[in-house]
Design a protein around this ligand. Structure first.
Ligand code: ADP
Length: 173
Protein backbone atom coordinates (compact mmCIF):
# COMPACT_ATOMS: atom_id res chain seq x y z
CA UNK A 1 0.00 0.00 0.00
CA UNK A 2 1.41 3.39 -0.90
CA UNK A 3 2.39 5.94 1.73
CA UNK A 4 2.63 8.79 -0.75
CA UNK A 5 0.44 11.69 0.37
CA UNK A 6 -0.61 9.78 3.51
CA UNK A 7 2.20 10.61 5.94
CA UNK A 8 3.60 14.11 6.52
CA UNK A 9 5.04 16.48 9.12
CA UNK A 10 4.29 20.14 9.69
CA UNK A 11 4.89 22.82 12.28
CA UNK A 12 1.89 23.99 14.29
CA UNK A 13 -0.46 23.73 17.24
CA UNK A 14 -2.19 20.34 17.34
CA UNK A 15 -5.26 21.82 19.08
CA UNK A 16 -6.05 23.66 15.82
CA UNK A 17 -6.13 20.55 13.63
CA UNK A 18 -9.52 19.73 12.08
CA UNK A 19 -8.94 16.00 11.79
CA UNK A 20 -10.90 12.91 12.83
CA UNK A 21 -8.65 12.56 15.88
CA UNK A 22 -5.72 14.31 17.49
CA UNK A 23 -3.47 12.26 19.73
CA UNK A 24 -2.77 13.52 23.24
CA UNK A 25 0.51 12.77 25.05
CA UNK A 26 -1.26 12.12 28.35
CA UNK A 27 -0.16 10.66 31.67
CA UNK A 28 -1.44 7.39 33.19
CA UNK A 29 -4.20 9.13 35.18
CA UNK A 30 -5.71 10.72 32.02
CA UNK A 31 -6.68 13.58 34.31
CA UNK A 32 -4.73 16.29 32.55
CA UNK A 33 -1.26 17.75 32.91
CA UNK A 34 1.02 20.31 31.30
CA UNK A 35 2.41 20.59 27.79
CA UNK A 36 0.27 19.35 24.95
CA UNK A 37 -2.10 17.62 27.42
CA UNK A 38 -2.89 20.93 29.13
CA UNK A 39 -3.35 22.69 25.79
CA UNK A 40 -5.78 20.01 24.56
CA UNK A 41 -7.86 20.09 27.75
CA UNK A 42 -8.00 23.91 27.69
CA UNK A 43 -9.16 23.94 24.08
CA UNK A 44 -11.63 21.05 24.45
CA UNK A 45 -13.32 22.40 27.59
CA UNK A 46 -14.27 20.70 30.88
CA UNK A 47 -16.40 18.01 29.21
CA UNK A 48 -13.18 16.31 28.09
CA UNK A 49 -11.92 15.93 31.66
CA UNK A 50 -15.36 14.65 32.70
CA UNK A 51 -15.20 11.89 30.07
CA UNK A 52 -11.59 11.09 30.99
CA UNK A 53 -12.64 10.57 34.62
CA UNK A 54 -14.96 7.76 33.51
CA UNK A 55 -12.10 5.86 31.81
CA UNK A 56 -10.05 5.14 34.93
CA UNK A 57 -6.56 5.74 33.55
CA UNK A 58 -4.42 4.17 30.86
CA UNK A 59 -1.21 2.10 31.13
CA UNK A 60 2.00 3.38 29.51
CA UNK A 61 2.17 2.39 25.83
CA UNK A 62 -1.61 2.04 25.41
CA UNK A 63 -4.32 4.42 24.14
CA UNK A 64 -7.94 5.40 24.87
CA UNK A 65 -10.53 7.26 22.76
CA UNK A 66 -12.76 10.18 23.77
CA UNK A 67 -14.81 12.77 21.95
CA UNK A 68 -13.21 16.09 20.96
CA UNK A 69 -15.84 18.44 22.44
CA UNK A 70 -14.89 22.07 21.60
CA UNK A 71 -11.85 21.08 19.55
CA UNK A 72 -11.97 21.21 15.76
CA UNK A 73 -10.97 17.53 15.93
CA UNK A 74 -13.88 15.09 16.35
CA UNK A 75 -12.01 12.82 18.76
CA UNK A 76 -9.00 12.68 21.04
CA UNK A 77 -6.86 9.58 21.34
CA UNK A 78 -5.08 9.71 24.69
CA UNK A 79 -1.86 7.74 24.79
CA UNK A 80 0.76 7.51 27.52
CA UNK A 81 4.38 7.70 26.44
CA UNK A 82 7.26 6.35 28.54
CA UNK A 83 9.33 8.62 30.76
CA UNK A 84 12.71 8.28 29.06
CA UNK A 85 15.30 6.41 31.12
CA UNK A 86 17.44 4.86 28.38
CA UNK A 87 16.04 1.35 28.97
CA UNK A 88 15.34 -1.12 26.14
CA UNK A 89 11.63 -1.08 26.96
CA UNK A 90 11.40 2.68 26.34
CA UNK A 91 11.38 2.19 22.56
CA UNK A 92 8.89 -0.69 22.75
CA UNK A 93 6.52 1.41 24.87
CA UNK A 94 6.84 4.43 22.60
CA UNK A 95 6.19 2.30 19.49
CA UNK A 96 3.16 0.91 21.37
CA UNK A 97 1.75 4.44 21.70
CA UNK A 98 1.77 4.84 17.91
CA UNK A 99 0.47 1.38 17.01
CA UNK A 100 -2.25 1.37 19.69
CA UNK A 101 -3.39 4.85 18.57
CA UNK A 102 -3.46 3.76 14.91
CA UNK A 103 -5.34 0.57 15.79
CA UNK A 104 -7.92 2.53 17.78
CA UNK A 105 -8.36 4.92 14.84
CA UNK A 106 -8.78 1.99 12.44
CA UNK A 107 -11.28 0.22 14.71
CA UNK A 108 -13.43 3.37 14.77
CA UNK A 109 -13.06 4.20 11.07
CA UNK A 110 -11.12 7.42 11.75
CA UNK A 111 -9.33 8.41 8.56
CA UNK A 112 -7.25 11.46 9.55
CA UNK A 113 -4.98 11.54 12.57
CA UNK A 114 -2.50 14.06 14.03
CA UNK A 115 0.31 13.09 16.41
CA UNK A 116 2.46 15.34 18.60
CA UNK A 117 6.04 14.33 19.49
CA UNK A 118 4.97 11.90 22.25
CA UNK A 119 7.38 11.77 25.24
CA UNK A 120 9.60 14.51 23.76
CA UNK A 121 8.66 17.22 26.27
CA UNK A 122 8.86 16.71 30.02
CA UNK A 123 9.19 12.92 29.53
CA UNK A 124 12.64 13.59 28.04
CA UNK A 125 12.81 11.21 25.05
CA UNK A 126 15.60 12.29 22.64
CA UNK A 127 13.83 13.72 19.59
CA UNK A 128 15.88 11.93 16.91
CA UNK A 129 15.27 8.49 18.47
CA UNK A 130 11.61 9.23 19.15
CA UNK A 131 11.14 10.52 15.60
CA UNK A 132 12.57 7.34 14.07
CA UNK A 133 10.21 5.23 16.20
CA UNK A 134 7.24 7.44 15.28
CA UNK A 135 7.91 7.35 11.54
CA UNK A 136 8.75 3.61 11.46
CA UNK A 137 5.69 2.64 13.51
CA UNK A 138 3.29 4.71 11.40
CA UNK A 139 4.85 3.73 8.05
CA UNK A 140 4.75 0.04 8.95
CA UNK A 141 1.14 0.19 10.09
CA UNK A 142 -0.08 2.28 7.17
CA UNK A 143 1.83 0.11 4.71
CA UNK A 144 -0.44 -2.78 5.60
CA UNK A 145 -3.73 -0.97 6.44
CA UNK A 146 -5.69 1.58 4.43
CA UNK A 147 -7.20 3.18 7.58
CA UNK A 148 -6.21 5.75 8.73
CA UNK A 149 -5.79 7.27 5.32
CA UNK A 150 -3.68 10.22 6.48
CA UNK A 151 -1.35 10.90 9.42
CA UNK A 152 0.22 14.28 10.21
CA UNK A 153 3.02 14.77 12.71
CA UNK A 154 2.41 18.21 14.22
CA UNK A 155 5.57 19.70 15.73
CA UNK A 156 5.60 22.78 17.87
CA UNK A 157 9.05 23.95 16.76
CA UNK A 158 10.85 24.35 13.45
CA UNK A 159 13.81 22.46 14.94
CA UNK A 160 11.66 19.40 15.66
CA UNK A 161 10.05 19.60 12.23
CA UNK A 162 13.54 19.50 10.74
CA UNK A 163 14.29 16.22 12.52
CA UNK A 164 11.28 14.55 10.84
CA UNK A 165 12.12 15.59 7.28
CA UNK A 166 14.79 13.03 6.44
CA UNK A 167 13.24 9.89 8.05
CA UNK A 168 9.95 10.76 6.32
CA UNK A 169 11.59 11.24 2.93
CA UNK A 170 13.16 7.77 3.25
CA UNK A 171 9.81 6.16 4.02
CA UNK A 172 7.54 8.13 1.70
CA UNK A 173 9.11 7.58 -1.71
P1 ADP B 1 5.40 14.32 27.25
O1 ADP B 1 4.97 14.40 28.69
O2 ADP B 1 4.86 13.07 26.55
O3 ADP B 1 6.86 14.52 27.07
P2 ADP B 1 4.77 17.10 26.50
O4 ADP B 1 3.39 17.67 26.40
O5 ADP B 1 5.63 17.60 27.61
O6 ADP B 1 4.58 15.50 26.55
O7 ADP B 1 5.55 17.34 25.14
C1 ADP B 1 5.34 16.59 23.97
C2 ADP B 1 5.63 17.45 22.77
O8 ADP B 1 4.48 18.22 22.45
C3 ADP B 1 6.77 18.45 22.99
O9 ADP B 1 7.61 18.41 21.85
C4 ADP B 1 6.03 19.80 23.07
O10 ADP B 1 6.83 20.87 22.56
C5 ADP B 1 4.87 19.54 22.16
N1 ADP B 1 3.69 20.41 22.31
C6 ADP B 1 3.28 21.12 23.39
N2 ADP B 1 2.14 21.77 23.10
C7 ADP B 1 1.82 21.47 21.81
C8 ADP B 1 0.76 21.84 20.92
N3 ADP B 1 -0.23 22.66 21.30
N4 ADP B 1 0.77 21.32 19.66
C9 ADP B 1 1.76 20.49 19.25
N5 ADP B 1 2.77 20.10 20.04
C10 ADP B 1 2.80 20.59 21.30
Amino acid sequence: MTLKGRLEARQGDITRMAVDAIVNAANTSLLGGGGVDGAIHRAAGPELLAECRTIGGCPTGEARLTKGYRLPARHVIHTVGPVYRGRPEDSRLLAGCYTHSLTLAMDHGLQTLAFPAISCGVYGYPIADACRIAVDSCATFMGSHDTPDRVVFVLFSAAYLDVYTRPLSFRVA
